[in-house]
Write a protein that binds this ligand. Structure first.
Ligand code: G4P
Length: 289
């Protein structure tokens, strides 16, 4: 199955991000904790050279907690600052603040040596669509934030949100586009709902997801859909349709309905906390700070 996505706007978004990056000290990259490989665009490594970086493993509430920990360990081993997060929940923001200070330590110390005392770290958020960038900016900025408006030396029209004395955040996130270097990336993004279902074959996608879930989380699947195990993906798919009364009017199983049901229950977390991609599948990340 082929998954293609987002034909236009890519060049414009990339150019915009190149401009915005010049204005900041730190780039906060959001990835989806369920698919941290597919939701990361490796272009960011080249775009952010010379900048401090950190990764937010967002939607961690939907991902497998043991795998969240494994991912955090992976990033740490690569020398990358990372925090797992539910961006809808303000509670996690304290940790983000702490890690920002760590990620920008060198910059802050350099400023102090030069006698620059009150210069906040300027940061921007970046990531592919739907990873939670706007949600994060809203939660992180909260109600108490003050928009600082235009400043001399800063491109006209840029709005900075002053979070506290130490940090200012650019109010518009940098949009990256997924890189479809291999078909698994498109497929994994389709699982989490980042590719419109209208342009994909839902039944085919659900069957692929079932294959992965039977390998990685057979008990969650069996428990949720009352499956008899062990079974082939196709047999499991049919059993889901049967157990959930997905029937066509004229008779027979409505597999498209069953596919929609499975995808929705996976995406919303009803099926349980599931991570599709593991750190051992991730090649080393080049973070040039
Ligand atoms: P974007 O700017 O990167 O494109 O993403 P955005 O913030 O619009 O978030 C996309 C969807 O992901 C939103 O749901 C948002 O509520 C949800 N979301 C963001 N962060 C988290 C998180 O940490 N955990 C969970 N579970 N969901 C998160 P939506 O259904 O599109 O909108 P809404 O119904 O929430 O308004």
């Amino acid at each position: 199955m082929q998954y293609q996505w987002y034909p236009g706007h890519m060049t414009k978004a990339k150019r915009q991000m190149q401009e915005d990056i010049k204005l900041v000290d730190l780039v906060i990259e959001l990835v989806d904790a369920r698919v941290p490989i597919s939701s990361h665009n490796p272009d960011i490594d080249a775009l952010c050279r010379q900048k401090a970086r950190m990764v937010l493993l967002n939607k961690a509430d939907l991902a497998d907690e043991a795998k969240n920990q494994a991912w955090c360990d992976f990033y740490k081993n690569q020398g990358i600052f990372a925090v797992r997060l539910d961006a809808r929940n303000r509670g996690g923001m304290k940790e983000v603040h702490r890690v920002i200070q760590d990620a920008c330590k060198e910059k802050i110390e350099r400023n102090l040596k030069r006698g620059i005392l009150n210069r906040p770290v300027r940061a921007m958020v970046a990531g592919i669509p739907n990873v939670g960038k706007s949600t994060f900016i809203n939660s992180f900025a909260g109600k108490a934030c003050a928009k600082t408006g235009n400043k001399p030396g800063v491109t006209k029209g840029k709005q900075w949100i002053r979070l506290n004395k130490q940090v200012e955040l650019l109010d518009t996130p940098g949009i990256l586009w997924p890189k479809f270097e291999d078909q698994a990336i498109g497929k994994h993004l389709a699982y989490i709902g980042s590719i419109r279902d209208e342009i994909i074959n839902r039944e085919g996608l659900a069957l692929e997801l079932l294959k992965e879930l039977l390998e990685r989380y057979p008990q969650l699947l069996a428990g949720r859909f009352a499956l008899l195990e062990p079974q082939t993906p196709l047999a499991a798919f049919e059993q889901i349709a049967q157990n959930r009364n997905c029937l066509k009017k004229g008779g027979g199983l409505d597999m498209d309905k069953a596919a929609g049901l499975l995808l929705e229950e996976f995406r919303s977390g009803k099926l349980g906390r599931i991570t599709i991609e593991e750190p051992r599948e991730q090649p080393a990340i080049a973070m040039d700070q």
